[in-house]
Write a protein that binds this ligand. Structure first.
Ligand code: FAD
Length: 417
């Protein structure tokens, strides 16, 4: 039976959910508070499609790392200390989730989601040619210290154990794979199943697909509340009036808790600010995406440009650019990419985005138990682009009353209720 599906949010989750739902024959309306030329987390991120990322952000050692780096204004991680009950409860849940047992449970699911999503990026690109710059020769995780390399090797063994391809490389082997750029590294791991895309191009491509499929997007329309009838959601209240539908999907990124606030739903989520800097005519280019473990930098070739992304600032909805963090990125980038000097970054306007972070590092994908027709597709943290297509596919299956092709129990949106 076809339905009218209303999706809140025009980020990568909104567009992918709308696309796959429309492909199933549903009538889809997307509601976005910003204008058609809006930016946001989904547009200028690092573009990594990451089957290698089997370990969620909440993992053993993360809290110790955060406490160590928190005092340095240029460090890649920062949490603004504040007496905010939502942040305190999120922090406690994060702490509780950062165990080996939780990581072991999450890893196979993240593998399945990421591998299927990567396949979907390729399938979509088949009809799209070069339009979103898909690169499919993997990612290199690079290390500067023996301790870092040891941990990376350990993670590579974990990946291999659960069927993700990974090859540990010496510094010389790294150089053979990346002969066109000078790198500060003592070795690393090649994850050949990883890929990269140009996120803004992918978003435009999906936007075009939505228009072709007849999906209506209502821009400059903010969702402000909900109308209920007989225990179900009847309509969303918006700045442009009420809109009724059969099914409602919350894909509001970091703002999702606010979107469902008047329904008394608890959806723990913090915004994790990150920055990217894009060199328009880089002096040197890698052949694939690079991630520098200690520097916590992602470096991505994007159709002749080079993007450098990093930092995780948990500081609420502060959307200002913090110059100390940007200085930190440039300092680290010129240390690990030795063809570049700080002057190469002069005049580049830093971009920032707010990643939606769930406390256990797993997204919220599925139906809220309290309502028969309210769904979430949010909370994907550092994997939102990577998991966009699979999230859209799973949502479309569930919205159509089909069992999801990958089990979603661990992703239940009300797992903290
Ligand atoms: C520096 C950086 C690098 C990153 N690199 C990668 C990477 O390499 N690979 C990867 O997979 N991920 C990466 N990410 C993460 C990824 O960008 C996010 O996980 C993803 O974009 C989140 O998408 P979303 O659709 O959930 O949210 P968003 O893109 O934030 O979209 C949510 C939308 O909902 C709208 N909205 C909110 N509230 C309302 C309302 N009340 N009414 C109407 N509309 C509303 C917003 O305006 C917004 O357009 C990176 C992020 C950053 C910051």
């Amino acid at each position: 039976m076809t339905k009218h599906v209303l999706v809140v949010g025009d980020g990568v989750m909104g567009r992918c959910t709308a696309y796959f739902a429309a492909r199933k024959g549903h009538r889809v309306t997307v509601v976005e508070r910003n204008a058609p030329d809006h930016d946001g987390c989904s547009f200028h991120n690092a573009g990594m499609v990451s089957p290698s990322h089997i370990i969620p952000l909440a993992s053993p050692g993360m809290i110790a790392y955060a406490l160590k780096t928190i005092w340095n204004p240029e460090s890649p991680f920062w949490l603004k200390p504040r007496l905010d009950p939502d942040l305190i409860s999120w922090g406690l849940l994060f702490h509780r989730a950062s165990t080996k047992a939780r990581v072991e449970r999450a890893a196979p699911l993240l593998r399945d989601l990421n591998l299927e999503s990567r396949r979907l990026f390729e399938e979509l690109a088949r009809g799209a040619g070069e339009s979103y710059g898909l690169i499919t020769n993997g990612t290199l995780m690079l290390c500067e210290t023996p301790k870092g390399l040891d941990s990376e090797r350990h993670e590579a063994e974990h990946a291999q154990r659960i069927g993700v391809e990974a090859k540990v490389l010496s510094a010389r082997e790294v150089e053979e794979l990346e002969p066109d750029i000078s790198l500060t590294t003592i070795g690393g791991v090649h994850y050949p199943q990883d890929a990269q895309v140009v996120p803004a191009k992918f978003m435009s491509f999906m936007g075009e697909k939505l228009r072709e499929a007849g999906v209506e997007t209502l821009f400059s329309t903010k969702v402000t509340g909900w109308s209920r009838k007989n225990g179900a959601i009847a309509a969303v209240r918006t700045s442009a009036g009420e809109i009724a539908a059969d099914e409602f999907v919350v894909a509001g990124g970091s703002w999702s808790p606010e979107v469902v606030r008047d329904l008394d739903i608890r959806l723990p989520l913090q915004a994790g600010k990150g920055y990217s800097l894009t060199l328009k005519s880089p002096k040197a280019m890698p052949r694939r995406g690079l991630i520098f473990r200690e520097a916590r930098l992602a470096v991505t070739p994007m159709m002749g440009t080079l993007r450098i992304g990093g930092t995780m600032e948990i500081a609420g909805f502060d959307e200002r650019v913090n110059p100390a963090r940007v200085r930190g990125i440039i300092k680290s980038a010129t240390r690990v990419l030795t063809d570049f000097v700080p002057a190469d970054f002069e005049g580049i306007e830093p971009w920032m985005g707010l990643r939606p972070l769930s406390p256990d590092g797993l997204p919220y994908v599925g139906k809220f138990a309290r309502f028969p027709n309210l769904w979430a597709a949010t909370g994907h943290a550092m994997l939102g682009l990577s998991l966009g297509p699979i999230t859209g596919k799973l949502m479309a299956e569930m919205l159509s009353g089909e069992p999801p092709s990958i089990p979603t129990q661990l992703l239940a949106p009300d797992r903290y209720s």
